[in-house]
Design a protein around this ligand. Structure first.
Ligand SMILES: [Zn+2]
Length: 337
């Protein structure tokens, strides 16, 4: 009778242990998926004012917020050879940030010159597929040679392209494609994720620049509060919009960008990402490329917790089984004696 009670007590103890263990596993699961803000800086190119580029990038470094740089590989049509190698100041600077996880090097066309073959301005739309592929490959090769980086994101100039542009990007191994609203209706095609810029910030006039930041704040809140608004809000700007009308860098605009980022950081459940989510590891954030599974708990900590719970559960089960066997033996030896 007494041993039956003890056995029941041990079984109850084991049951509670298993339940507690499984609760621990559940609480270690990823938290609900958050929303992402990605910055896209278009028209980063050689032979443009480097001070503006470095100052705007410094905001992203200071704030620890990533940005995808849309790089124009060959802006001067008349120049032969790899133009990225021909502006030494630009080259040295770009190489210095090429391995910094905050900066994604994306390809923004090849020459960024309007081909005038479609109703809207575009470098690529309207050209035959083979021609588009060749232009795009030239730019990709130049970027690889200059920076040792193979771009994963393609950004068509003027936010305008056609099906052949997407096909060429896919053939060259691009996995992300950021363009304008209406360029494509689908969000995925030919193995490539297609995402439009959500909003543009910037203007030559400082008042208009400030107004664009206020509009971006409102649009950000609409995105965050809209259940159907997708998971990533892409804030696009042109690096040259941080210049004043005379072409010199305007520090007031840089501060407005900083204010906007500081404002974003006050919003709940917002995380920052590059357009190419692969391999971007920010603060407790790892974003997988293929599955788009966002983990809001650092994976290493999560694995440790899971291992601890499993080892604990096994130890408790073994101890419980051992206690049952021990009790039986004691009972038997008690009868013999
Ligand atoms: Zn552009």
């Amino acid at each position: 009778m007494g041993s039956d009670v003890n056995r029941k007590a041990i079984l109850a103890f084991l049951l509670v242990s298993v339940i507690l263990g499984s609760t621990g596993v559940v609480s270690a699961q990823p938290a609900p998926i958050g929303k992402y803000i990605a910055f896209r800086d278009d028209d980063v190119a050689p032979f443009t004012p480097i001070d503006t580029l470095t100052a705007v990038n410094q905001v992203h470094i200071d704030e620890n917020v990533p940005v995808t740089l849309g790089i124009i590989p060959h802006p001067s049509v008349a120049v032969t050879g790899n133009e990225l190698l021909q502006d030494s100041q630009f080259l040295v600077y770009m190489r210095s940030i090429a391995t910094n996880q905050l900066f994604e090097f994306a390809q923004h066309g090849y020459t960024h010159v309007n081909d005038r073959l479609s109703s809207r301005p575009s470098e690529f739309a309207g050209r035959p597929y083979a021609q588009q592929l060749e232009l795009m490959q030239n730019g990709q090769d130049d970027m690889k040679e200059a920076f040792g980086v193979t771009p994963a994101t393609f950004i068509p100039p003027f936010d305008t392209s056609d099906n052949n542009t997407l096909k060429a990007a896919a053939a060259l191994g691009f996995t992300y494609y950021s363009t304008g609203f209406g360029d494509f209706r689908q969000s995925y095609g030919d193995g490539v994720t297609i995402e439009p810029a959500s909003i543009w910030i910037g203007a030559t006039n400082i008042t208009a620049f400030s107004a664009s930041i206020e509009a971006a704040k409102n649009a950000t809140e609409r995105f965050l509060n809209g259940p159907q608004s997708g998971d990533t809000f892409i804030v696009a700007y042109h690096v040259w919009d941080f210049n004043s009308a005379n072409g010199t860098f305007d520090a007031r605009k840089m501060e407005l960008l900083r204010d906007y980022i500081d404002y974003l950081k006050t919003l709940p459940d917002v995380q920052f990402a590059r357009l190419n989510r692969a391999q971007w590891e920010g603060n407790n954030v790892l974003v997988a490329l293929s599955s788009m599974e966002e983990l809001s708990v650092a994976p290493v900590q999560q694995n440790r917790l899971l291992a601890f719970v499993l080892v604990g559960s096994v130890a408790i089960a073994v101890f419980g089984a051992y206690a049952i066997v021990l009790r039986r033996r004691l009972r038997r030896s008690g009868r013999r004696d």
